[in-house]
Ligand binder design. Structure first.
Ligand code: ADP
Ligand code: ASP
Ligand code: MG
Length: 407
């Protein structure tokens, strides 16, 4: 059998932990499996590398930033291979490029467009455990290295599981599964034994960073089941799969995201074509916009607000400042002191009043709502960043998510 396991940053944070991962991995090998292991950078390495780049340049060239960041995973893959050798088992580490992770040209958030795992197959056939650097790939056109966006090692693992035909992709992290809310914020959060791709996709898109959104998208599109488990225990974890035979819970969980900022384009003329100009410019610059709100116009001008990743803030602001005289805007403000809280559940489709109950819970908790957006299985609000923990707990409590809820 082929086993694909991914270990996140905290699971390989120091050499002792790397040795522990080596033991787990060799156990799977000794049980007779072909084993492919994807690793993240050690601990907060990626954050430190990013901070160093920022000391030199606010908007560093994407190619060079990727060159820098991919160094993190190189360190952990080589150390893990050494630790496995120490246990008397043979291992080979491969960069994303060597492992055949082929991407598009979007530095910093490249998409995997093909996987050509020839060298992985070769190394497995020679009896090695294969270690692959997560979060990185190589551009098909220029052959430059790319990164897949924060948390991207999850996507590396799912893409390899799909390409190698593994039954499940095992994601080992510092929590023992997917919970009804971030267990670091809500002490009473409940572990979900099983969750559908669709619900996990919404949870991840709304900030439940236990899995990168793209990894879930990839898993859904390629019919890969994901097992989220703790690298520090033997708990069962959470199975993320198609979930066709599952009874849908009314609410699956609460997610929060502090990684987005609110961009306000102040007092633009209220006439056709302005929104199109603004959002075309942002789309052309590959900035992902989440919520959009346009205020009611009173004096012929209007404010347009939207949320976008904090990391894209400086670039988006610069771009719109250049455009602002053209579209007649009074100014651009980027506010990073906001957070998004979302309630997710497939059963919402058929239950009216969920939004009202969520807003009431926030109001009772004294939390002011600045923006709202909804889909058939999600309600999201933007609030002040300082209110986020309080708000997540209030909503989690209001829907009784700590208890086992019948469908
Ligand atoms: P890794 O380094 O292993 O990739 P991450 O930090 O990316 O780990 O993801 C794991 C973290 O995700 C947990 O420590 C937890 O705080 C957070 N998290 C947020 N929402 C959830 C959730 N609903 N269930 C479980 N963990 C969550
Ligand atoms: N090291 C990368 C990050 O911190 C990728 C990952 O951990 O999945 O975002
Ligand atoms: Mg992660």
């Amino acid at each position: 059998m082929i086993v694909v396991q991914k270990y996140g940053g905290s699971s390989v944070a120091d050499t002792e932990r790397i040795k522990r991962v080596a033991e787990r991995v060799t156990q799977a090998r000794r049980a007779g499996n072909d084993v492919v292991v994807v690793v993240s950078a050690m601990g907060k390495t990626t954050d430190s590398l990013l901070a160093r780049a920022q000391e030199i340049s606010v908007i560093p060239p994407g190619r060079e930033l990727d060159m820098l960041l991919t160094a993190g995973e190189r360190i952990s893959m080589a150390l893990l291979a050494m630790a496995i050798h120490e246990l008397g088992v043979t291992a080979r580490s491969l960069t994303g490029s060597q492992a055949g992770i082929i991407t598009d040209a979007a530095h910093g958030k490249a998409r995997i467009i093909d996987v050509t795992p020839g060298r992985i197959h070769g190394a497995l056939a020679e009896g090695h455990i294969v270690i692959v650097a997560g979060f990185q790939g190589v551009r098909r056109d220029s052959k430059d290295v790319t990164t897949l966006g924060r948390g991207g090692s999850d996507t590396t693992a799912v893409a390899l599981a799909a390409a190698l035909g593994a039954d499940v992709c095992e994601i080992y992290t510092d929590v023992d599964g997917v919970y009804t809310a971030d267990p670091r914020i809500v002490a009473g959060a409940r572990r979900l034994a099983r969750v559908s791709h669709e619900e996990m996709l919404e949870l991840a898109a709304c900030g439940a960073k236990v899995l990168q959104v793209r990894s879930v998208e990839y898993a859904r599109n390629h019919h890969v089941a994901i097992a989220v488990r703790s690298s520090f225990s033997d708990s069962d974890g959470t199975l993320v799969d198609e979930g066709d035979d599952m009874e849908q819970a009314m609410i699956s969980g609460v997610a929060h995201d502090t990684g987005e900022g609110k961009l306000v384009i102040r007092r633009v003329p209220d006439k056709p074509g302005v929104a199109a100009r603004v959002f075309t410019a942002l789309a052309d610059a590959n900035v992902n916009i989440d919520m959009i709100v346009q205020n009611v116009s009173e004096d012929g001008t209007t404010d347009i607000s939207c949320t976008l990743p904090v990391a894209d803030g400086p670039r988006a602001t610069r771009l719109l400042e250049e455009l602002s005289s053209e579209i007649g805007a009074e100014g651009i403000v980027f506010d990073t002191d906001v957070a998004k809280v979302s309630l997710i559940g497939a059963g919402m489709k058929t239950h009216p009043g969920v939004a009202a109950a969520m807003f009431a819970a926030l109001s009772d908790a004294g939390v002011n709502i600045e923006m709202i957006s909804t889909s058939t299985i999600r309600i999201s609000v933007v609030i002040r960043a300082g209110d986020v923990e309080h708000a997540v707990r209030a909503v989690h409590d209001a829907f009784g998510l700590a208890e086992q809820v019948p469908a």
